[in-house]
Write a protein that binds this ligand. Structure first.
Ligand code: SF4
Length: 282
């Protein structure tokens, strides 16, 4: 029986890079902090805590820190947080995903030129908070097309429109069309990252060929739930597990291929464990 892993599964490039940075730094023996949990995965965060890495919850906590290195996670932070780290004489290790950093650079440049920045995304999400924090002038965050309909730009200002990296592509275009119809003077940069889409496409392709599909990810992870739904559409025998302990497979002889995929915060180690378990036991 064959066990096959989806072409894109688990951590995206940016999160993997940030998590690897923390593991590397943790080995140096320095005092290491991450600004927020490095990934939404308790096991990874707990393991790093055992290695001595501490999580800074917010700005107030950062203000109380006297020495050490602070790692910025893939979502990035505002320029104000970067400055605070610097002013305090702490080492700043920037693991902001380059795709997010690109947005910081765009909004910083455009607001310096006097544009009004429009960020399409969720205002409460740390990535969007970070992007907003790189705008030196006016900025508006819009989440839904209705917000775009109601939005009236300041007179005489050019708009610069960017998106949260995980925003829905079709909705982004719909909102941009609303602005086009209103005839606003604007520049639009599609800053959506295709990591989520690639993961979903790869899961569907594998599930269409598999006799059994295993989807690994946290119970409350919406992107894992979405992967499960996609796989279920293609493969009736799709199982959703959080850890290896949840896997109680009984496979008939007719099963020739088991496919595996995983949500965005599932570490490689867990994916490998599941892969090896299925290989050895069936
Ligand atoms: Fe991952 Fe894309 Fe976000 Fe970077 S921008 S952290 S690659 S989802």
């Amino acid at each position: 029986m064959e066990v096959r892993l989806a072409e894109h599964a688990g951590f995206c490039f940016g999160v993997r890079r940030a998590v690897d940075t923390v593991y590397e730094q943790a080995k140096t023996g320095k005092t290491i902090y991450t600004y927020g949990p490095i990934v939404h995965n308790e096991e990874v965060v707990n393991e790093l805590t055992r290695m001595g890495v501490r999580v800074i919850k917010d700005r107030q906590e950062l203000e109380r820190i006297e020495s050490g290195s602070v790692i910025l996670r893939a979502h990035g932070v505002s320029s104000e947080i970067c400055r605070l780290i610097e002013d305090k004489g702490l080492e700043c290790i920037d693991a902001t995903c380059p795709f997010v950093k690109r947005i910081h650079n765009i909004v910083a440049d455009e607001s310096a030129k006097g544009s009004h920045i429009v960020v399409i995304g969720n205002a409460g999400h740390p990535e969007v908070e970070g992007i907003v924090g790189w705008c030196s002038g006016e900025v508006t965050v819009l989440e839904e097309p209705e917000d775009a309909e109601k939005f009236v730009p300041p007179p005489g200002k050019k708009l610069c429109i960017v998106a949260q990296t995980t925003y829905n592509y079709n909705k982004f275009h719909y909102i941009v069309e609303i602005f086009e119809k209103k005839g606003y003077n604007k520049c639009t940069v599609n800053t959506i990252c295709n990591a989520t889409e690639e993961r979903q496409r790869a899961a569907r392709a594998l599930a269409a060929q598999a006799d059994v599909m295993i989807v690994i990810g946290g119970k409350h992870s919406s992107n894992t739930g979405k992967l499960y739904d996609i796989c279920r559409e293609e493969c009736e025998r799709t199982y959703y597990i959080q850890t290896l302990d949840d896997l109680h497979l009984q496979l008939p002889d007719a099963v020739r291929m088991v496919g595996i995929t995983a949500g965005a915060s599932t570490p490689n180690k867990l994916i490998e464990e599941v892969q090896n378990y299925v290989r050895i036991n069936f």
